[in-house]
Design a protein around this ligand. Structure first.
Ligand code: ITT
Ligand code: NA
Length: 200
């Protein structure tokens, strides 16, 4: 089955294909990214919540391609920053997708607050919208805290400064499979995979 994944983020596409293959069996689902869809209109990301944004992106995908469409919106909610950068995680520094600039800004903003006030959570909302109009929305979370300096080369975004609860390695020091097993996106998409298996 072919599904559109409404993202331009190539790493996200790889991560999700891997999670789907593991959940539903290899090749059960083929995810197509937006870079394979010519002239795709810019997805509106004006929602105030992850769920709203995931639904906006997925609806746009169905409207434009007619394919069942999956979309996610995700980000980092930092306790000491009142939940920011939240839905603005990808463009917190003002430069969309500049992971290094975004991470540096969050580190500077949280400053030297002590470990027990460095709590943060990755959140992922994942939406499935079908051509008939049916909509499904699930959410996954990964809680942990922010370190004072980045560690590790894996993952993307804020992974190098995020230490998940119960872990000794940052998300960026985990293997891809280890990260999937405990990540917000892993949790959300394993839940969505069950919905896909039943409805698509
Ligand atoms: P699309 O909107 O095209 O899907 P995007 O990268 O802008 O791509 P999001 O709007 O969901 O995706 O932004 C998520 C941002 O949150 C991402 O750029 C990272 O900064 C951060 N983030 C999300 N999941 C993460 C993860 O697993 N590890 C580290 N950072 C993550
Ligand atoms: Na976003």
């Amino acid at each position: 089955t072919k599904l559109l994944l409404a993202t331009r983020n190539a790493k996200k596409l790889l991560e999700l294909q891997r999670i789907m293959d593991k959940a539903l069996g290899p090749h059960a689902i083929e995810l197509v990214g937006l870079s394979d869809v010519p002239d795709y209109p810019e997805a509106p990301e004006t929602g105030l919540t992850f769920g709203e944004n995931a639904l906006l992106k997925a609806r746009e995908g169905v409207r434009y391609t007619g394919l069942p469409t999956v979309a996610d919106d995700s980000g980092l909610a930092v306790d000491a920053l009142s939940g920011m950068p939240g839905v603005f995680s990808a463009r917190w520094s003002g430069r969309h997708g500049d992971d290094k600039a975004n991470l540096d800004l969050v580190l500077a903003q949280i400053g030297d607050v002590p470990d027990d006030h460095r709590g943060a959570a990755f959140v992922c909302a994942a939406a499935l919208v079908l051509p008939g109009g049916k909509e499904h929305l699930v959410e996954g979370r990964q809680v942990g805290r922010l370190l004072r300096a980045p560690r590790g080369e894996g993952g993307f975004g804020y992974d190098p400064i995020f230490l998940a609860e119960g872990q000794t390695r940052t998300n960026a020091e985990l293997s891809a499979e280890e990260k999937d097993a405990i990540s917000h996106r892993g949790k959300a998409f394993r839940a969505l995979a069950k919905v896909i298996a039943k409805t698509v």
